[in-house]
Design a protein around this ligand. Structure first.
Ligand code: PLP
Length: 398
């Protein structure tokens, strides 16, 4: 063996979602883009706001090239970190310190540096299932153990707090909270976060140790029916992981940040460890050009109303066809009950009508499929007859 076995395995078995996406690319080349209903990937179709290109052009014209394309400080440019701190203060009325903000290559790098900075092989990290599959990769890479706590399927996949209490023990170091959620579209309201905070505070007291919430929130602005609480107001030991991939449709720019709440126990050491993890993983200095861009457009979003329109259209159409779906109050995913117990088989069957769905197994739960509705509304409208055929095949039509 000349390479690291675990990395070899990871590299060889690409993610299920990516595999379906690649299949979609092949089919699109064969039968045309418009004839494939590709709901596989959470890649925003809503364009980034037009101002983004203007700001980029202006930066290129006005900032000396050696600064624009050079390294910033490892955790990010100081002015950019100041701007992020200001934004947090103004938007969430929470006092953020720029010294606790680390600019990252999206939420993926944010999760990786937090988990590597925070945990060791003695630790456990709790995730609520279903969950973003890369959590497993990041947690396992940090050496800690992934502990899966199921959500309540009968309550829109809200956290199951009884199971959570049972899962917490002396090894629990952190819990990843993802609201709005990928893959269910479920959001946690203030009561839910309050309840979570109560349980964690009680457990911290009993166990005499801090338990950190890693709040993974790349879909923060994609909410349709509820007001999202800002977790640092509710729980001191919170670390925010944010990205501009979805809200600004800048997924390929790889830009986001980590913010350690100043109220968190050992906040300064945690931040230093995050810097150390960034260094050891080679994640220092997030792309400079996009850091500068964020400073100029902070608070701006793409036209997110399109996702709400898609949510309404798809949820109403599919439930009218007899499908059972979780009503999503955020993100751009619809989680639909598979008419077959084996969701993989159902997804294979859907390919007959060129519908590409992701089976829920890789999200740590069986019997559902995820539909990423970050596609054009026209494409959803065009896909409805194909969904009708699918519903007919499984006798779902009312
Ligand atoms: N966390 C969740 C829940 C996601 O769905 C994604 C991407 O789809 C990420 C993190 C990673 O996002 P980024 O593009 O910012 O790395």
């Amino acid at each position: 063996m000349t390479v690291a076995k675990r990395m070899l395995d990871l590299g060889k078995q690409s993610s299920v979602i990516r595999e379906i996406f690649e299949y979609g690319l092949k089919r699109k080349a064969e039968i045309g883009n418009e004839n494939v209903f590709d709901f596989s990937l959470g890649n925003p179709s809503v364009p980034a706001p037009a101002q983004i290109n203007d700001i980029l052009k202006n930066l290129i014209d006005s900032v000396p090239a050696e600064k624009l394309h050079g390294y910033t400080s490892a955790p990010g440019d100081q002015n950019v970190r100041n701007a992020v701190a200001d934004y947090i203060q103004k938007t969430f009325d929470f006092a953020a310190t720029p010294e606790l903000i680390y600019m990252t290559c999206g939420a993926a790098a944010g999760l990786a540096v937090c988990l590597n900075g925070l945990t060791t092989k003695e630790d456990e990290v709790i995730v609520f299932a279903p969950f973003f599959p890369e959590y497993r990769v990041f947690v396992e890479h940090s050496g800690s153990k992934l502990v899966i706590v199921p959500c309540d399927e009968n309550n829109n996949f809200q956290p199951d707090f009884v199971s959570l209490e049972q899962a917490i023990n002396a090894k629990t170091k952190a819990i990843i909270v993802n609201s709005p959620n990928n893959p269910t579209g479920t959001c946690y309201d203030e009561n839910t976060i309050q309840k979570l905070a109560e349980i964690l505070n009680q457990k911290q007291k009993e166990l005499q140790k801090p338990i950190y919430i890693l709040s993974d929130g790349p879909y923060r602005e994609l909410v349709y029916d509820i007001k999202l609480p800002y977790l640092p107001h509710h729980y001191d030991n919170t670390i925010i992981i944010y990205s501009y991939s979805k809200s600004l449709s800048l997924a390929g720019a790889r830009i986001g940040y980590v913010f350690v709440s100043p109220l968190a126990k050992n906040a300064n050491d945690i931040f230093a460890a995050i810097c150390g993890a960034g260094r050891s993983l080679g994640y220092v200095c997030a792309p400079s050009l996009f850091q500068f861009l964020i400073k100029e457009c902070i608070g701006l979003t793409a036209d997110l109303s399109i996702y709400k329109r898609n949510r309404d259209l798809l949820y109403n159409s599919l439930t009218n066809l007899g499908f059972t779906a979780i009503y999503p109050s955020g993100a751009f995913y619809l989680f639909v009950k598979s008419p077959l117990q084996d969701a993989n088989k159902f997804c294979e069957h859907a390919k007959k009508y060129e519908i590409l769905l992701v089976p829920s197994d890789s999200f740590g739960c069986t019997g559902f499929v995820r539909i990423a509705y970050c596609v054009s509304t026209e494409q959803i409208i065009k896909s409805l007859p194909a969904f009708e055929q699918l519903a007919k095949d499984f006798d779902l039509l009312p």
